[in-house]
Design a protein around this ligand. Structure first.
Ligand code: COA
Length: 373
């Protein structure tokens, strides 16, 4: 049966928010009024998460205390660790993360006197621990200590992954990426989280909804899909020929285009800069050059521009991060945006329940089973 494509709620104002602006005339991308450019250049992910969740930039003391608090929330309950050991080693880390976060809800439920702010902090703090505990257990059999002496969320992730302290440049690059990924208004996963929150469900359920929605390649999964594409080419000429063929075959090129932006994604140039810096530092420009060529082809052929996911792929590769962890990193960061939106939804809640235009048959008479064909 042919089904008409839906409008995907394009250009529909589905609610109110004071968390961020995306592509608004004269404002661009801002988190609680602050430009993404300033946040990425002068801020840190912790300042950004605090801003989103607590509604203001932290003072020096508040930031110091917030970082200490997050660092103290990295250990996983024994039951969650046991569960992560039971999951298959060849599962996708997004499955693991969805299950791990969901399991945490049973060990540390919202109903046991925990505030929504405490849960938001806890999830941001221990997200890397969930993925990396599972990863190391299944690749080397080691039950790693998920508490590190690294003070930042970005540094904690890289330290757990590689087993040693990242360089300042590496930590700063991932930190900038976390800032860029933190929030983006009513994107699919945030909206889905708000829908769950609007039923007065618990905080974890709303977050797990977000994780499931983020995973798809049309949304957060695009960074992994972009890496697979870029990584399949040996040089820019090969990439150009293959992308032209994909366009002729009407295939999507992951990491390009956007529902809201029509000319460019303001986050792309920032992450592109990091991708270039890391590539130069690593002494390998091939991936970056392949990426740039694909960008040129997409601009020339389709007037399409890279979104944040495209250059995130080569930047993450330059940080030595395996592709399967790209979308989980997006989760670590977007937990801050989801949390801000869940809190906001709860503060002025009305259940989200839109209507649909009916396209089915006219009312039919009941058919007894004996007379059906
Ligand atoms: N590669 C090739 N063509 C693309 C494209 C891409 N990445 N993105 C959009 N297009 C084309 C569409 O096929 C469509 O062509 P048509 O008019 O001939 O059918 C046209 O551009 C408009 O796109 P549309 O599908 O209406 O955009 P949307 O707003 O529904 O979807 C995205 C937005 C982001 C889902 C879409 O651009 C996409 O699938 N991008 C790739 C996945 C991705 O990078 N996602 C991360 C988003 S941050």
């Amino acid at each position: 049966m042919a089904v008409k494509k839906t409008g995907g709620l394009a250009e529909v104002i589905a609610g109110l928010t004071a968390v961020s602006t995306v592509g608004k005339e004269g404002k661009g991308l801002t988190y609680r009024g602050y430009s993404i450019h300033d946040l990425a250049e002068f801020g840190t992910f912790e300042e950004t998460a605090y801003l989103l969740i607590y509604g203001k930039l932290p003072s020096e003391t508040e930031l110091r205390q917030y970082k200490i608090r997050l660092a103290g929330l990295r250990r996983l309950p024994e039951g969650v660790r046991g569960l992560l050991e039971l999951l298959p080693g060849d599962a996708h880390p997004m499955d693991v993360l969805r299950t791990g976060m969901s399991a945490l809800a049973s060990f540390e439920p919202e109903t046991a006197g925990r505030s929504q702010f405490e849960i938001a902090d806890r999830l941001i703090a221990c997200c890397a621990s969930v993925i990396m505990y599972w990863h190391h257990y299944h690749t080397s059999g080691s039950r790693i200590e998920t508490v590190t002496d690294n003070g930042s969320v970005a540094g904690h992730f890289l330290q757990l992954l590689h087993g040693h302290k990242p360089s300042e440049l590496q930590e700063r690059a991932l930190d900038a990426s976390l800032i860029l990924y933190a929030e983006h208004e009513y994107n699919a996963s945030t909206f889905a989280s708000r829908v769950t929150a609007s039923t007065l469900s618990d905080f974890y359920s709303a977050v797990v909804t977000g994780i499931g929605t983020l995973r798809g390649p049309l949304h957060g999964g695009a960074n992994e899909a972009a890496m697979e594409l870029i990584g399949s080419f040996g040089d820019p000429d090969e990439a150009e020929a293959a992308v032209l063929q994909m366009l002729a075959d009407k295939k999507l090129i992951m990491g390009f285009g956007h529902r809201v932006y029509s000319v460019s994604d303001p986050r792309s140039d920032i992450i592109k800069g990091w991708s270039k810096t890391l590539s130069e530092k690593n002494g390998g420009m091939t991936l970056y050059q392949i990426s740039e060529r694909i960008e040129q082809v997409m601009q020339r052929e389709k007037k399409l521009f890279p979104n944040l996911d495209f250059y995130s792929a080569s930047a993450y590769r330059m940080l030595g991060i395996p592709t399967v962890f790209f979308t989980p990193i997006f989760v670590i960061s977007r937990l801050s945006g989801w949390s801000a939106h869940i809190i906001e939804q709860r503060a002025g809640n009305r259940i989200i329940r839109p209507s649909a235009e009916y396209t089915g048959p006219e009312p039919l008479p009941w058919e007894p089973i004996s007379s059906r064909s």
